[in-house]
Design a protein around this ligand. Structure first.
Ligand code: LLP
Length: 417
């Protein structure tokens, strides 16, 4: 499942003892396993081999250059959401013909940038966006490929903030509007309407919502065919859930078994956009115990990482397993594990049975490889810790700890003050 395992009572990432890295780089920090990334990518690739999909890693989940390079070397493309992500993909020489671009709010600069970079296709999310893509294409003398992101109006049965495929969400185009667009497509003369895209949410455990959404989209492919419109791509998005606690998510193979026949029937080239499935369990966040505080009502273990580093517990009430780097026989007691930030929402665990650690002991917050570092901030003027990657018995800092200088770069006080 992943390459973070205990050997002789100590947590290792592949062949490297995590505490050795902590000693070298200080805490807190993010740590990624090269092998786990490759393994998860390969699982999807193998499961879907019968349709030979283009697997575009959703780099919003983890945009570390070493992670991107690892996946590109395996043949991955990228699902991007901004011009910043496009630039990072280009830094590792990603093939633009393996890049797809979804976002409800693409700016002119972003659309033009992606067109000039010659990406594979845009996933368009609204009528006015199509007008904008068409206008910019005319100006740049380009004929970009566009897939319509369909909002199939299907409940994904996940956290409210990570569901995207119902008409209460801002994403995609409803089926009726999509049909109208396709009927009148001639008026977007610079756009090549090449496909459909669907992504209904993230951390989806059951296969039913996926199947329902795909059914609707595939039915729509048939409708379009009857209207005389042939497409090239079907982009089925991301969203596969992973194990944080005791979830029983479908495996890549279960998912493939459930949908492959339908995908094959379309005859379209399949694109996938997994993020969490590849990166989630391939990363941990390592932090250090500072104080154990007992106010008579509750116990708090205060650590040196905070919600600015890993916001998922605070933002989604997300559960992350937490383990001391060194197995201990210390007594377990119920406590909150919290950061130093001035907010009650700054926690990693609530009422968790956890061993009583000493000042300086190290802990790992597991499954932090997706939507971890990428969602961090400098709140409370805290520099982000480094990102480190392990491959076998080697490790390297791929992004250094932010210094105070980094945090105040470019900031100045205006003359009139
Ligand atoms: N494709 C599109 C268009 C997306 O919006 C997303 C994620 C993905 C693919 C990848 O989904 P995944 O395979 O990773 O589930 N910050 C939240 C998750 C937000 C997901 C945003 N979109 C969290 O920490 O749970």
């Amino acid at each position: 499942m992943h390459d973070f395992k205990f050997k002789n009572g100590e947590l290792y990432c592949e062949s490297v003892r995590v505490s050795t890295i902590a000693k070298k780089v200080g805490t807190p920090f993010y740590l990624y396993s090269h092998h786990t990334l490759v393994d998860h990518f390969t699982k999807i690739k193998k499961a879907f081999a019968p349709v030979d999909p283009l697997i575009c890693f959703a780099m919003k989940s983890n945009d570390n250059l070493a992670v991107l390079k690892t996946l590109a070397d395996q043949g991955a493309g990228f699902d991007i959401v901004s011009v910043g992500e496009l630039k990072k993909a280009r830094m590792i020489n990603a093939d633009p013909q393996k890049i797809v671009f979804a976002s409800v709010g693409k700016t002119e600069e972003e659309i033009a940038g992606a067109m000039k970079a010659n990406i594979l296709f845009f996933n368009a999310e609204s009528l006015p966006e199509l007008d904008e893509i068409n206008r910019i294409a005319k100006k740049l003398k380009k004929r970009p490929k566009v897939a319509l992101r369909i909002n199939p109006d299907v409940e994904a049965a996940t956290h409210a903030r990570t569901t995207t495929g119902t008409l209460k969400n801002k994403f995609g185009i409803d089926l009726r509007a999509a049909r109208e667009i396709m009927k009148t497509r001639k008026k977007y003369s610079y756009i090549r309407f090449s496909g459909l895209h669907v992504h209904i949410g993230s951390q989806i455990i059951a296969s039913t919502p996926f199947i329902n959404a795909l059914k609707r989209v595939i039915e729509f492919v048939d409708v379009l065919r009857k209207d005389g419109i042939d497409l090239e791509y079907l982009d089925i998005g991301g969203g596969l859930g992973i194990i944080y606690k005791d979830e029983k998510p479908q495996t890549a193979q279960d998912f493939a078994n459930a949908i492959l026949p339908n995908l094959k029937r379309t005859g379209l080239k399949i694109v996938m956009e997994p993020g969490r499935f590849i990166a989630g369990n391939a990363g941990i966040f390592v932090t250090k115990a500072l104080y154990l505080k007992d106010n008579g009502v509750k116990k708090f273990l205060i650590v040196d990482g905070g919600m600015n580093d890993l916001v998922r517990p605070s933002m989604y009430d997300a559960y992350h397993e937490i383990v001391p780097l060194k197995k201990t026989s210390a007594k377990k007691t119920k406590m909150d594990i919290v950061g130093p930030i001035c907010e009650s929402g700054d926690f990693f665990a609530k009422d968790r049975m956890f061993p009583i650690l000493k000042k300086g002991d190290l802990l790992a917050i597991m499954s932090a490889g997706a939507y971890g570092y990428v969602m961090s901030s400098n709140y409370n003027v805290r520099g982000r810790g480094p990102e480190v990657i392990v491959k076998g018995n080697k490790y390297a800092v791929t992004k250094p700890r932010e210094t105070f200088k980094d945090l105040v770069r470019g900031e100045s006080i205006p003359d009139f003050l």
